[in-house]
Design a protein around this ligand. Structure first.
Ligand code: ARG
Length: 453
């Protein structure tokens, strides 16, 4: 039928140009289906064996680059079946018994998605490990923590990096949840209504390592929620990557100078020889738009589709493929970039304005019974006094402190960046003991994740 279509229409309607990367999943699905047909005596066992042997040959040909992809075969499913006919003859026609391309493609995409989730989780583990490594190597480095991009309170640089560890750990857990909903076998739904043969769906599920089978054939052939969900997981991962990338761009500027990104991850300018541009971080940040785009695209494609299968669904693969490819590549290079940084601890410390200790001064008075709001007011007046006299807070004398409150005693002069950091000794806080625990917990989690996957 397709032969009568013009080449232009064939190209427009076909998906072989992009869905050929599903060949492995398609063949694995067909092998399991053929075996099941034989076992259930829906087709003779001997025919099933011939089909399986033929499918293996097709796979070998594709892998060896000997397979001729022809535009007349509109998708990978048709291309493989057509070649199977060439190899085993008419018995190939029995493979599609009790199956439709609608449940077949849903199967292939789910198998592909499963595999990609495992790979994305592996890449996330590498990035999380790199963050832990850099945090541990710089565990005593103090920097200003920011809110509104204004210096707020001193924190350990490791604490800052471990915030990203938390984000990527949540991403991992989201993917694990997503996997459970991807891992449902749709095969056996037929075109939309089920199939009129005594098929054994549990056998196929077991052969293909699916943990459950779909409960409604109409839903199963038209559901792409799992693509939406995986693209959403990817969008959130890129959101996190883009925040980290942005901080790396900022920290590596001349003005900040907090870190130097490894040379292999920056690019020289063609006309300004002194420049090292953080192109890789910028591209990671930039590609976030593309991954969000894939999410919006699949959401929009799915919107208002009537049940059950509609050809619109063929577009799912384009959005899924681009999303997973971009995320995997981005995580992989970002891991190497994180590992490449040099931390300029002195610059980080020197950049801290000592008014970041204002909260600690207020807390000092609170511990002597002053209500926090009043203490905050005293500390604010002290900062203004320091600014007016051109002194840093650290240069104020005890007498000056006492002008603002008689409760100040000599130990007020002991307040320092390190005492401030270590005062935040609560679970989740920046005190060095807490950060050491957090590092240890992170390592334990990574080891457990490594074992479970
Ligand atoms: N290439 C199609 C897709 O990706 C396969 C399913 C075609 N089904 C159909 N009824 N035309 O969705």
């Amino acid at each position: 039928m397709l032969e009568s279509k013009s080449r232009k229409v064939q190209d427009y309607v076909g998906s072989l140009a992009f869905d050929r990367r599903l060949y492995h999943h398609d063949i694995a699905g067909s092998v399991a289906h053929a075996r099941m047909l034989g076992r259930q005596s829906i087709i003779p066992e001997a025919d099933a064996d011939v089909i399986v042997t033929g499918l293996r040959q097709v796979e070998t040909e594709i892998e060896a680059g000997r397979f001729a992809f022809r535009p007349v075969d509109e998708d990978i499913h048709m291309a493989i079946e057509a070649r199977l006919f060439d190899i085993v003859g008419d018995v190939a026609g029995k493979l599609h018994t009790g199956r439709s391309r609608n449940d077949q493609v849903a199967l292939d995409v789910r198998m592909f998605a499963r595999e990609q989730i495992i790979e994305i989780r592996r890449q996330l583990r590498s990035l999380r490990s790199a963050l832990v490594r850099v945090a541990a190597q710089n565990s005593s480095v103090v920097m200003a923590g920011y809110t509104h991009l204004q210096q707020a309170q001193p924190v350990l640089f490791a604490h800052h990096l471990l915030a990203y560890f938390e984000m990527f750990t949540r991403d991992d857990s989201r993917l694990s949840d997503c996997y459970a909903r991807v891992n449902v076998l749709p095969l056996g739904s037929g075109a939309l209504a089920g199939v009129p043969y005594p098929i054994d769906r549990d056998f196929v599920a077991h052969e293909l390592s699916f943990s459950s089978i779909s409960a409604n054939s109409m839903d199963a052939v038209s559901d792409r929620d799992f693509v939406v969900e995986l693209n959403a997981c990817n969008a959130i991962i890129m959101l996190h990557v883009s925040r980290l990338a942005e901080e790396m761009v900022l920290w590596s500027t001349t003005e900040f100078g907090f870190i130097t990104i490894g040379e292999g991850f920056t690019t020289g300018s063609s006309i300004m020889p002194q420049k090292r541009n953080p192109d890789l971080a910028e591209l990671a940040r930039g590609k976030t738009g593309r991954v969000y785009g894939s999410l919006m695209a699949i959401l929009t494609t799915m919107k208002s589709l009537p049940l059950s299968y509609n050809r619109d669904l063929q577009e799912d693969k384009i959005h899924l493929f681009d999303s997973v490819d971009t995320v995997i590549d981005t995580l992989s290079v970002c891991t190497d970039m994180v590992d490449s940084i040099t931390v300029n601890a002195d610059r980080m410390r020197a950049a801290i304005q000592d008014y970041v200790l204002a909260t600690d001064i207020a807390d000092y008075l609170v511990k002597k019974g002053v209500p926090f709001r009043t203490a905050h007011g005293v500390s604010a007046s002290l900062s203004r006094h320091a600014a007016a006299t051109g002194k840093g807070m650290g240069e104020l004398s005890l007498d000056e402190y006492r002008e603002f409150s008689p409760l100040f005693e000599a130990d007020i002069l002991d307040i320092s960046l390190d005492s401030s950091v270590n005062a935040r000794d609560v679970v989740g806080g920046t005190a060095s003991g807490q950060v050491e625990n957090a590092l240890q917990n992170a390592r334990t989690q990574l080891e457990a994740d490594e074992e479970n996957n």
